[in-house]
Design a protein around this ligand. Sequence first.
Ligand SMILES: [Cu+2]
Length: 364
Amino acid sequence: MSSSHLLFLLPAFLAASCTHDPVFKTPEKVDADKLPHVEQLMVAPPALPLHDQVAKGGPVVIDVRLTVQEKKMKIGPNASIWALTFNGSVPAPIIVAHQGDYVQVTLVNPKTNSLTHNLDFHAATGAMGGGDLSEVAPGQEATIRFRVIKPGVFVYHCAPGGAMVPLHVASGMNGAIMVLPRNGLTDENGDAVKYDRAYYIAEQDYYIPKDEQGKYKEYDTPSAGFADMLQVMKTLTPTHLVLNGAEGSLTNENAMQAAVGQKVLFITSSCNLDARFHIIGGHADLVWNGGSFNDKPATDYETWAVPGGSAVAALYQFREPGVYAFLDHELIKALVFNAVGQVKVDGEWNDDLMKQVAKPHASE
Ligand SMILES: [Cu+2]
């Protein structure tokens, strides 16, 4: 066969070797009522629920239960908030599914709560991401089922309408879902890539009102603080910016763990503000910009961007032991506001990658 023939065949070969569904394809309908159900037990971030990286068999219905907890939460040494949470954590638990699965979420709003809540999944299609179908007053529960047709990482959040949307989101009511390709993740060459560990990290902005003495105010109920909080929000200047809900959530005894040689998947999100994540002394080997697993991952980033209202996944193989700062490289956010975490990495030091050639000493 001549080389011109080979060139002619190239586009067909590339199309055939691509395992992704076309972007505009709506999957064929399945009788979801006949599919097996798999209960997913939610865990508090940064942990992920137990899951397979490569799907075993065909689509399933993943059952998820989220219970709203309105609770006072300390977010820093001098401030607390009426956190509005799904299952008690900020961010809310991350859900993991595979492309083509169905996610069946029961949202429970106990009668001891004071506000109406719902769920807007950026991974879902129609009905305000499910928001229109999942709104529950205190004492109610509702169940929605949506199919995850696009692979990637996406945020979900409460969206009860109007200014209540940012008020609830800025009170902690946001989380993420990871929709893996059925065959798992692929690297920049299209080859399968597995992670040894995964963590979910969310940047959270808070707008806590102060009293005349400059002390952060506290309120008897969540809604009692909303009018004051709205005034702080209008400045577009948060009073607190943290990772995973509160200062210190991911540092010291709460640090993320890894070992030299392990590939760690970081799912990062920010529901309101733009964020940018960086590992001091490390990199992102792979970044799925915009959160899409249908796109080829970018390679060797120093810092990756997370536009407000989205999640982005980055994979890094740790090559040196030590305590790495994991932060927003808007350094004021990281080191004045405390939007910082840590990854503690065990293993053998590699002199080839870094070595102190001369200890600090008096210069000649
Ligand atoms: Cu809410």
